[in-house]
Every structure is written in C-alpha cells, then in structure tokens.
Design a protein around this ligand. Structure first.
Ligand code: ADP
Length: 198
C-alpha cells in the first residue's frame, strides 16, 4: 500500500516548494489544485455534472468551460458554490486516491491547501504543515501571482490559522528564512519522515 504524506500550509507558505523537495527525494507529488483545475476540463469524468449545474451558457464555443463565467456565478451565489464544491471535492479525492494507487512508489506526497479543512488528512499516514508569518506570505503570494493584497488577505482569513495547522499536523516546518535554509531543513525533515514511515 502506498503511504500518503499530506503537505499543507497557508497561501505563500511554501507548500509547493516543500513538495518539490519531496520530488527531489524521489517521492511523487500529487497536487490537489492541479486536479481541481483538471476537474473542469472535458477530460474529467465530473465535467458533465458541472455542465449540468451551470447550463450550456457555461460552455465556450470550443466545448471547454468558461471559467470566468463560473467564477462569477459562484461568487454571487453560495448555493452554486456549494453545489460545485460538492461535485469537484469528491472528484479530487477520488483522483488523488486513484493516482496514488497507480503509483509504484511506497510513498506519495499530496499537496493540499485545505488538507485539514476538507478532512483529507484522514487519508494520510502523516501530515506536514509549512508555517510562515502572514506578512511574508502576503509578500510572496503577491510576487508570485500578481494578485492584490486584499484578495490574498481575504483568502488567508478563509483558511485555518498556523496555530491550528501546527496543532493538527504530525510535523511542522517553518519557512521564514532563505530558500537555502529551507531546503536544508526540508532535507532533514524528509529523511526523518521517510525513515519513520518505512
Ligand atoms: P504555496 O504553495 O504554499 O502557496 P510556494 O511554495 O509556491 O507557496 O511559495 C510561494 C512563492 O514564494 C514561490 O514563488 C516560491 O518560490 C517563493 N518562496 C518560497 N519559499 C521562499 C523563501 N524561503 N524565500 C524566498 N522565496 C520563497
């Protein structure tokens, strides 16, 4: 059985950076955000349910979904948002389990921003929370996404706090210094985790 290592953290904390460190150790990474985007493409098996929810107006002439249309709908209508989540979230979990089952690696790392909020931690042999103060996270996310500060702070407010993440996670790692310092700490932590899981 492939064992699942759950990686989480607030926006801009360094989850993807840590996931890349796992990859460098030969641990395949499964990215929940990437699968959520895949869910809205015609290749996913939840595509017909999404089209049925929003109607044909949500489709572009080329048959793909109009993401801006859907984003506006779910922003304006919490029923539509809950209904979309009710389709996409189970699909993401199914797909992550499927990809994990297909992997011949003894471990896979799941990069899941809302790991604890969604209850996905229940599938994990252990979890790692990447911790980082809000001001640094906001600055990083603004640099990376070109998003505005208020949007990022609103997303942070919608997530659990670092204090809660730290209380729930099996392991924590701080990422407030240089990238090189983080890589060194991540190497040690990954060594410990893989040894414990073996
Ligand atoms: P998350 O996946 O948690 O949102 P990322 O791993 O994508 O965060 O990191 C956010 C951004 O900050 C990325 O552009 C990343 O390269 C950068 N970054 C991460 N850690 C550091 C660090 N210690 N020093 C400087 N930049 C960093």
């Amino acid at each position: 059985m492939t064992r699942i290592i759950g990686i989480t953290g607030g926006i801009g904390s360094g989850k993807s950076t840590l996931a890349n460190c796992f990859l460098a150790h030969g641990v395949p990474v499964i990215d929940a955000d990437e699968i959520s985007r895949f869910a809205l493409t015609p290749a996913s098996d939840c595509f017909p349910a999404v089209v049925e929810l929003f109607g044909n107006e949500a489709k572009k002439p080329d048959g793909t979904l109009d993401r801006a249309y859907i984003a506006a709908k779910v922003f304006a209508d919490s029923y539509a948002r809950d209904a979309l989540n009710g389709i996409v979230h189970p699909f993401v979990i199914r797909e992550m389990l499927k990809r994990s089952g297909e992997s011949d690696s003894p471990f896979v790392a799941w990069d899941v921003p809302l790991l604890f909020e969604s209850g996905v931690d229940a599938y994990c042999a252990c979890t790692v929370a990447v911790l980082c103060g809000e001001e640094i996270r906001v600055a990083r996310a603004m640099r990376r996404d070109g998003a505005n500060e208020e949007q990022i702070r609103a997303r942070i407010r919608a997530q659990i706090t670092d204090e809660t993440r730290a209380a729930l996670a099996t392991y924590t790692i701080r990422n407030e210094g240089t990238l090189d310092a983080f890589y060194a700490e991540a190497d040690t932590l990954i060594g410990t985790i893989l040894e414990e899981l073996l």
